[in-house]
Design a protein around this ligand. Sequence first.
Ligand code: PLP
Length: 386
Amino acid sequence: MKIAQSFSRLGTESAFEVLAKAKKLESEGQEIINLGIGQPDFRTPQHIVEAGKKALEDGHHGYTAANGTLELRQSVSAHIKKMYSATIDPSRVLITPGGKPTMYFAMMLFGEPGAEIIYPEPGFPIYESMINYSGAKAVPMYLSDKNNFSFNVKKVLSLINDKTRLLILNNPQNPTGGLIPKDQIDELAKGLEQYPNVAIMSDEIYSRQIYDGNKMPSFFYYPKLYDRLIVLDGWSKTYAMTGWRLGWSVWPEQLIELVTRMAINSYSCVSAANQVAAIAALDGPHDFLEDMMSKFNKRRKLIIEGLNSIDGINCNNPGGAFYVFPNISETGLTGAQFADKCLYEAGVAIVPGTSFGKSANDFVRFSFANSYENIEKALEKIKNIL
Ligand code: PLP
């Protein structure tokens, strides 16, 4: 067999490797507390599950339009209007199996040898992987714990040159939990007006997971950029629906036909019954979200205080998502050594920082998508082994 060269450039998401190691230890009888996982530890709200079940009973068994049903795309438009007072025609909405295909399509649209794509580092590993796969040059935009993982707008803009095709942003961020404040995004959006050839992909998958009373600093607030703006969001994190594989994205008018063709060439459409459930999620009650966020917030405080009370660990204060990304360099260990020690000696699964970028050797990612009690226990165990 001769495999295409491009596959030698394809990366992976090593959080899944941590999960596999943890599962192996569990199967050998060890108790593992999993703080490596990137999904809410809640069940999908019952009214959404019921809507999905009913859709199957009602015969939603066939293909739908490749870009998603009109009813669902209208529901997404109404959601965007409600959240950001932005008017987005449903024809610009693409329904995808999870958020990831949006990244894939964006990278396939803009990436090729000779092109450059800017991405956050540390960041969601699929960005760098897909840029490399496309053949484009991956240009890191470094984020530092010195400023709570925000960025310097001038520095970001200085990365742009005439080969730059796409700028990727993720806010709130995985893995750091950082929330780039609205005034920084305002400044960046203003600066980007000077670069009309650069498209923007704003990954806003954690848009409803924000703390301290802040509002989501969405790119939907900048209509001047709409003709080159891609916004990625979805149901996975907000509605605890990672396994349903449901995402949505908004594309410039000029691109929607092309990405719909990508959908037709790959997955045809998203499961018909799941699209009905997705409408129930967007249009239905949202009180469970408050409950989920109040639990996340309590755990966030616990984990920040707990980690900062351990010698050698310096933990940032995340403004969003459900991750913390502490600097552990003062323990004398690298992030990878620290994560292994936690797993094999304390039975706590976490992800080394380098899974999210080469610059993050001194960091590890803790997810607080686990119960308060388990987080308390995990902190105690880590304190003991150190
Ligand atoms: N974007 C970011 C920043 C993520 O962390 C994730 C999942 O972890 C995704 C997108 C993909 O989400 P989905 O499971 O909907 O494909």
